[in-house]
Design a protein around this ligand. Sequence first.
Ligand SMILES: [Zn+2]
Length: 268
Amino acid sequence: MINKKWYKYGLIGLVSMVLSACASSVVDERYQAKGQDSRVKYVVIHYTWEDMPNSLRILTEGEVSAHYLISDDEPARVLQLVDETQRAWHAGLSQWKSDVNLNGNSIGIEVVNLGSRQSGQAVPAESSGWQPFTRSQIERLIVLLKDIQARHGIPAENILGHSDIAPQRKVDPGPLFPWQWLAQEGLGRWYDENRVTELMQQYRQTGLPSVLDVQKQLRQIGYMIELTAEMDKQSKNVLRAFQMHYRPSRYDGVLDLETAAILQDLSR
Ligand SMILES: [Zn+2]
């Protein structure tokens, strides 16, 4: 027969032992100080360039990862692969404004999409060479982004594409990614269309701004670019990334009236 008294106190002793093992022995008291904020400053959006099974395998077993993966089934699903308190390996060599290597202060979201893979070219000249995102993927992404934004206090303009922070190496999420739709939801930046029309009229009369001015404006927005005053390879790559984001109907890295006007409006 079990001694009830022993059983009762034995159980209490066991519970208190477990509790004290769980509590940290190096901290005696815990507070929530007023002066604190999230370490997360950015959200970076990618496409996977792979189908769903390969995406999940690579992002969970390989050298790269992301906090979230959005599937391409119907309806799309959101999978969490890395805890938000941890660094995911998604950004690589990257820069935005004065922040370098954004793995340390960003949340990475991968969307399952083949990019331009089906066209057989890394960067097809036409936007028809890219796989479209599904409505369901973007709807789930918007809900996820709003949740992340609210919890970490991330400014709308700090929601970026991989190509924005690594324009010399990356083109994802590509020209079919619906940045304008996201901006209408308060996620990311967009330009003032009336202002851009006015600026295009002005540039028609005055001519396009100098290459140095364009480089300075791109830098002002946040892009990493050398101020060389020449339309060199690095400048074209940055301009292409800018066009994919804000003027995806043509993303050849060539400065034209509309690109110059959008750039001027966003860099004010
Ligand atoms: Zn990427």
